[in-house]
Design a binder for this molecule. Structure first.
Ligand code: GDP
Length: 335
């Protein structure tokens, strides 16, 4: 790719605040960039829009591939924008890092919504580290809020740690499931239910409608065994069809009800506050880790030390300590 032109931070900031989607997209690209030269500009842009963020309903949606996430978001998104909201969808694509290609990009996803000018859809690369997912997606979300989007959906594939990262940046977390997959209670054991504010059994249409209703009862019974969460909200079980849009209005109502309840009981603010603190800690870890691993002297010593540890000549713990001490020594004047 040729050299992209860069603007001053103010051009991005003013453009985003004016709702300019081209500048919004370019700012998100900056945030996602791993080029050293983009980092300062990206952080200036994010810092600059920060006072204009926070005014959206942040929804996390997860589920295994094929559960119907994109179909759901397409229909649900139409409902939300029809009510006058501006919707941004950030889809975290776990494949983008490993393959350089994108599974999400291969199929045409959310085609109708993508053409709707009240919505903005942006695939977000997963990055090579968990910290990477959180940082980039969170910053993209903030940029979207500053651009005036008041409902943000962060979509993630339910395959691992990215849900935990997403949980840490949204207000409401929704798990899409399928009935009759023989795993009715499995999710509960896995602990994902503790993370969720709603379990939604999708594809409840045609012949599947009855099975879905039965599964809903089973889940609802099982969820009764869980204590109320600190936000005083009992996770809800719903059925819907992303294809026919049945059940979607109830899901949107539930999310709004949740917002009202947690704003009244103070959880909304306390949750956002602790998310901000966690974000700082995440960033500290990220800064420490990247400055350590990118340090040329550390990289040089690492090669020999790794060999020694691999062969069993050196202790892993002793060498870790030695490298960290060396790193502090190298940065004596900086800390
Ligand atoms: P994703 O991988 O979770 O994003 O799932 P998709 O939205 O791409 O859907 C996977 C497949 O399930 C597609 O063939 C869809 O047409 C189908 N599908 C999605 N939602 C529904 C639904 O509500 N009902 C039915 N019957 N099929 C659906």
């Amino acid at each position: 790719m040729g050299k992209r032109s860069r603007f001053t931070p103010d051009v991005y900031i003013q453009g985003i605040l004016a709702g300019d989607r081209i500048l919004l997209s370019r700012a998100i690209t900056l945030v996602e960039s791993s080029l050293e030269s983009d980092k300062l500009l990206a952080s200036q842009v994010v810092e600059g829009v920060l006072p204009h963020t926070g005014n959206s309903v942040r929804i996390g949606i997860t589920g295994v591939p094929g559960v119907g996430k994109s179909t759901f978001i397409e229909s649900f998104g139409a409902l939300v924008v029809d009510q006058g909201y501006h919707l941004a969808v950030l889809a975290i694509d776990p494949s983008s890092q490993q393959t350089k290609g994108s599974i999400l990009g291969d199929k045409t996803r959310m085609e109708t919504l993508a053409r709707d000018n009240r919505a903005y859809i942006r695939p977000s690369p997963a990055g090579s580290t968990l910290g990477g997912v959180s940082a980039k997606t969170r910053e993209a979300m903030l940029l979207c809020e500053a651009a005036g989007f008041d409902v943000i959906i962060i979509e993630t594939v339910g395959v691992g740690q990215s849900e935990i990262a997403v949980k840490g940046m949204v207000d409401f977390f929704l798990l899409l499931m399928l009935a009759g997959a023989g795993d009715e209670l499995q999710g509960i054991k896995k602990g994902i239910v503790e993370m969720c504010d709603a379990l939604v059994i999708n594809k409840a249409d045609g012949e599947r409608a009855e099975v879905a209703k039965r599964a809903k009862r089973e889940y609802a019974n099982a969820l009764h065994l869980f204590p109320a969460k600190e936000n005083n909200w009992f996770p809800q079980v719903k059925v819907c069809s992303g294809l026919t849009a049945d059940g979607l209005p109830e899901i949107w109502e539930m999310i709004q009800e949740y917002q009202t309840q947690v704003k009244e009981n103070g959880y909304f603010n306390s949750n956002r506050s602790s998310q901000r603190v966690n974000w700082m800690h995440e960033h500290i870890r990220f800064l420490l880790e990247t400055s350590f691993y990118n340090n040329p002297s550390i990289q040089e010593s690492m090669k020999t030390i790794e060999e020694g540890v691999r062969g069993g000549a050196f202790s892993s713990i002793a060498k870790a300590k030695q490298l960290v001490e060396m790193f502090y020594g190298l940065n004596k004047d900086k800390f």
